[in-house]
Design a protein around this ligand. Structure first.
Ligand code: PLP
Length: 436
């Protein structure tokens, strides 16, 4: 049970007077500090973190000692150098290491400060590279909230209404196997592929006008939806057949979250442009857009920013990528082993509780979707929100995804013991909600 709730509520009340409304949860999680598997609130309550604070702390809450120490050192040397205008060596060192993590032939890196900016850059670059004007993205996708990437995003109308019209983006269904009309996991991708090939490319516009397809290898905000491998392979074939670039938005699913550095690697295809943010600098804002060298470069002055390549962010990212390079195999095994543990336990819950409709994921990127009944699959949004609140009360931080799912994305470094403790808390909450 949360202690000193009144203190937390007072901070929330002050917050709502001066901070613009955003996407806050409906319980008073007021974080003060964190370390490893845990975060602590302003009243001294301790929480197991199954959120990685939106997939950022992949290697432990508040990053690890190496990343923190690199940041501390850099702050005393130089923080900001206007890297997109002047030169500096550290961002080059980091970019050289980063490029090596991508398929052969990748090599041009652009630095920004967030996921949305990384996607804005990818959208602009794909238009410059191809001289084409349209982009294609998927329903349930989330690519960010600034105008270009918001045009791509299509997970909730609340993100878009009042803001349109948007840039020339065509949306198409993503294979959501659990809710597929064909009701057959293996065939569900066919509908999505068919819509692109036989509706969009035949009736709306041809590949001559579509610059890029934006894909989240696993849809995040839209509900932790894992597409069938066959769909991703077919999509890649379509982009190649039609001269369309494939942009893999790795902002949430990338950077070892699924056990692989690139989430798209789980599907055996490559992209032409990748975007990353969130975990890349271990808690300091950074976005990167990285493209195939063969696509060329952009005209000088056509895209830039003030803070991209900021030395504090780059120092963190550089220490983080060194950590990944040293520990890649063990991080991969860890994501697999812990992911399997979570999936097994959630699948047991699915057998026992009517409201647990679907369990899906790859590595340590796992979603559980709640429904009012397994037969009707009616979204159990209120029940999902009550589960989140009950878990908070018992010291477990979770995040929602989509209309009625919860995402389980603990740091990859979390101990098995705390993973089990977190799952115990989640199970108790599901039991309580199920009993009415
Ligand atoms: C897949 C994906 N792309 C882009 C974004 C936007 O990132 P940011 O919030 O850093 O702008 C998000 C954020 O959740 C995301 O999950």
């Amino acid at each position: 049970m949360i202690k000193n709730l009144e203190k937390l509520k007072r901070i929330v009340a002050r917050d709502s007077k001066v901070i613009m409304t955003t996407t806050r949860v409906n319980y008073p999680l007021v974080i003060e500090k964190g370390n490893g598997d845990y975060a602590y609130d302003a009243a001294g309550n301790r929480f197991i973190d199954f959120s990685s604070f939106i997939s950022v702390y992949n290697f432990g809450v508040n990053a690890n000692a190496q990343i923190r120490s690199a940041v501390k050192k850099q702050v005393d040397v130089m923080m900001h150098t206007a890297f997109n205008d002047y030169y500096s060596e550290l961002p080059v060192v980091f970019a050289e290491k980063l490029v090596k993590m991508f398929p052969g032939g990748f090599g041009k890196v652009f630095f920004s400060n967030s996921g949305t900016e990384a996607n804005e850059a990818a959208l602009k670059f794909s238009k410059i590279f191809t001289k084409k004007q349209y982009a294609l993205s998927f329903y349930n996708s989330f690519h960010g909230r600034t105008y270009g990437s918001l045009g791509l995003t299509a997970s909730f109308t609340v993100h878009r209404e009042n803001f349109g019209p948007f840039n020339s983006v065509i949306h198409t269904p993503f294979p959501y196997c659990y809710r597929c009309k064909l009701n057959d996991g293996s065939k569900c991708c066919l509908e999505s592929v068919d819509n692109i090939e036989n509706n969009i490319l035949q009736k709306e516009t041809s590949g001559k006008e579509i610059a890029a397809v934006f894909l989240e290898p696993i849809q995040g905000e839209g509900g932790y939806i894992v597409p069938p491998k066959e769909f991703v392979k077919e999509l890649r074939r379509i982009t190649k057949d039609n001269g369309i670039l494939l942009v893999s938005d790795e902002v949430q699913a990338g950077y070892m979250r699924t056990g692989k550095f690139l989430a798209l690697d789980n599907f055996g295809v490559d992209a032409d442009i990748y975007t990353m943010a969130k975990a890349i600098a271990g808690g300091i804002p950074m976005g990167v857009t990285i493209s195939k060298k063969s696509l060329g470069d952009i005209p000088e002055g056509s895209h830039s920013n003030t803070f991209g390549g900021n030395l504090v962010a780059v120092a963190a990212a550089n220490a983080s990528i060194d950590y990944v390079r040293r520990n890649q195999r063990s991080l991969e095994l860890s994501a697999k082993k812990k992911g399997k543990k979570i999936m097994t336990r959630l699948n047991e819950l699915k057998e026992r509780y009517e409201i647990v409709g679907d369990v899906r994921g790859l590595g340590l990127m796992i979603g559980v979707e709640f429904v009012k009944s397994k037969k009707t699959k009616e979204y159990a949004t209120i029940e999902r929100d009550r589960i989140l609140k009950l878990c908070f009360n018992e010291g477990l931080i979770l995040l929602p995804a989509g209309r009625s799912a919860i995402r389980l994305i603990p740091p990859l470094t979390m101990s098995m013991q705390n993973i089990e403790k977190g799952l115990d808390i989640l199970e108790s909450a599901i039991k309580e909600i199920s009993s009415g």
